[in-house]
Ligand binder design. Structure first.
Ligand code: 13P
Length: 248
């Protein structure tokens, strides 16, 4: 059985004191959660978050990283820095990175390989825009994104990776994919993994849904056989809402 994983992507929100406050409120509310719980604050607050999270069941994730260990890459943060700061997960290829920062499938793959090399678990985001959905190419598109992101990843490593299916049109819009539809797309992603690797890898890999998930729709999403968790944006910014999602 795949253990569900629910992660909060805080995006560019929360100061240091707000980070500490949110986590301090969250920890007691999710301490008995039956899922893996991850929070992804901004880079600058990772160390403050780490201190608060020590000894709890809430794991730390980053929202992005560079693929090199070190070097002349002004403004970037390396996998080594994340690993040595207590980070366990890293979101890669979020649609906002693809859209605003021109990240390509190939770059996402390079980052995925670097993350794995450093013992970080990548949360790889895939998903279609509204235009692509209307063209009827959703499943081919997410299959391609998945294949390229996992290029050169061994089957043992692939089993540990997390994929987040986030339809771009559902992010921050209040429009959620229907649970059935999300389940179908995630099934297609899993089939792609079975084709590239084998059924064992496909059965092991955890695939989340993300896009306007909230306390009101999480139970239905999580009742779907293919959906193994959520990547939560807006609703992860208050302890109460995020705890309700985690304890769905
Ligand atoms: P929202 O939950 O705010 O729609 O954001 C989803 C997301 O992009 C998580 O990575």
């Amino acid at each position: 059985m795949r253990r569900p994983i629910i992660a909060g992507n805080w995006k560019m929100n929360k100061t240091e004191s707000e980070t500490i406050e949110l986590l301090t409120d969250l920890i007691p509310l999710v301490k008995d959660a039956d899922v893996d719980v991850v929070v992804c604050p901004s880079f600058i607050n990772l160390l403050a978050a780490k201190k608060v999270l020590e000894g709890t069941n809430v794991k730390l994730g980053a929202q992005n990283m560079h693929f090199e260990d070190q070097g002349a890459y002004t403004g970037e943060v390396s996998p080594v820095m994340l690993k040595t700061s207590g980070v366990e997960y890293v979101i890669l290829g979020h649609s906002e990175r693809r859209q605003y920062f021109k990240e390509t499938d190939k770059l996402v793959n390079t980052k995925v390989l670097a993350a794995i090399d450093h013992g970080l678990i990548p949360i790889i985001c895939v998903g279609e825009t509204l235009e692509q959905r209307e063209q009827g190419i959703t499943q081919e598109l997410v299959a391609l994104q998945t294949k390229v992101a996992l290029n050169d990843v061994s089957s043992e490593d692939a089993k540990k990776v997390v994929i987040a299916y986030e339809p771009v049109w559902a992010i921050g819009t209040g429009k959620t994919s229907s649970a059935e539809d999300a389940n179908d797309v995630i099934a297609a992603i899993r089939q792609t993994i079975a084709d590239v690797y084998n059924k064992e890898v496909a059965d092991a890999i955890r695939i989340q849904y993300g896009g306007s998930a909230n306390p009101g729709n999480i139970s239905e999403l999580m009742s779907m056989p293919q959906i193994d968790g959520g990547l939560i944006g807006g609703a992860s910014l208050t302890a109460e809402d995020f705890a309700k999602i985690v304890n769905f």
